[in-house]
Design a binder for this molecule. Structure first.
Ligand code: 5RP
Length: 294
């Protein structure tokens, strides 16, 4: 029981000193709830304002993708070098140790595969996301897909509503579509639609022309997917271009786990995303770590 006698008098009331109140560091999320901001702060580094997310959710549409045949052997050793992992609940529960203690960008929808139409998605129960202690709800949005645009926007809307209720931010993922063009006009429209529908962060692709128009017209942070495997230096250049043109990070998969040396690649990408390294510096870093790992 608390002792009522002999206590030191409270006297540090800071009279005249206004209570400190910090502005939230991620654009467009100042008015989000405490839970949403707290989870976003787990995913994004407050100092750089950026994130390096490691995506390995490919299996849910592509099956055992190269580099992901045995996630326990190839991905688990990489997790410590990432800021956040993006995966499905099946892989999370079966392969990722809970002791990894990394923020999770949770594939909160399940859908059709490369064998059929892609993007016919269904939502996973929000309580599953709560049970799995996730930091982001990732939802595929197929803007421009005549068959699935409406249903995937409904999925996004529903997820944002549930995310608001439980304090979990939503990541709108602009879809991988067989017939979708990845130019600034399309990506600008798709990212903006996701943001207008309430996503807290958007994942999309980089485009060579006018990408800064995409990031500028999007009121919340954008992270980029890496896409198909490129030579390592080209993938670093892609990350550099995206960051220089306003991306808040990367959510990369194949260009990391299919690299000659995945740990070295992840560390080199971090140099660009968090430390402002040039492509030459990052590539030197890649070569150095790769040789050390041999
Ligand atoms: C698919 C995804 C993937 O996670 C994404 O494409 C990232 O992987 P990669 O860098 O290999 O493209 O969101 O919807």
């Amino acid at each position: 029981m608390a002792d009522n006698e002999g206590n030191i008098d409270a006297k540090s009331f800071g009279v005249g000193v206004p209570q400190t109140q910090e502005q939230f560091f991620l654009k467009g999320n100042e008015n989000a709830s405490y839970g949403i901001k707290s989870r976003l702060s787990q995913v994004f580094n407050k100092k750089s304002g950026h994130t390096v997310m490691l995506a390995f959710d490919h299996g849910f549409i592509m099956g055992p993708t190269s580099g992901l045949e045995r996630i326990d052997l190839t991905i688990n050793p990489l997790i410590e070098y990432s800021d956040c992992i993006m995966c499905t609940r099946g892989i999370l529960r079966s392969v990722i140790p809970p002791t990894a203690n990394k923020p999770i960008s949770f594939r909160a929808d399940g859908g059709t595969t490369i064998l059929t139409s892609l993007n016919d998605e269904t939502l996973i129960d929000i309580e599953e996301a709560v049970r799995l202690n996730v930091s982001l709800l990732a939802i595929m949005v197929a803007i421009g897909d005549p068959d699935h645009e409406g249903s995937t926007i409904r999925n996004l809307t529903k997820t944002v509503d549930l995310g608001q209720r439980y304090g979990i931010p939503t990541l709108g993922v602009t879809a991988v579509g067989k017939n979708l063009t990845r130019d600034s006009r399309y990506l600008g429209l798709a990212t903006r639609v996701c943001a207008e529908n309430g996503a807290n962060v958007i994942k999309t692709y980089y485009c060579d022309e006018k990408f800064e128009q995409v990031t500028n017209a999007c009121p919340v942070p954008i992270v980029i997917a890496g896409g198909k495997k490129l030579p390592e230096r080209d993938a670093l250049q892609l990350a550099k271009n995206a960051i220089d043109q306003g991306a808040a990070g990367v959510d990369m998969g194949r260009n990391i786990f299919q690299a000659d040396s995945p740990v070295a690649m992840l560390l080199a990408v971090r140099e660009i995303v968090h430390n402002g390294a040039t492509v030459d510096q990052a590539f030197d870093c890649y070569e150095t770590y790769k040789n050390q790992a041999k």
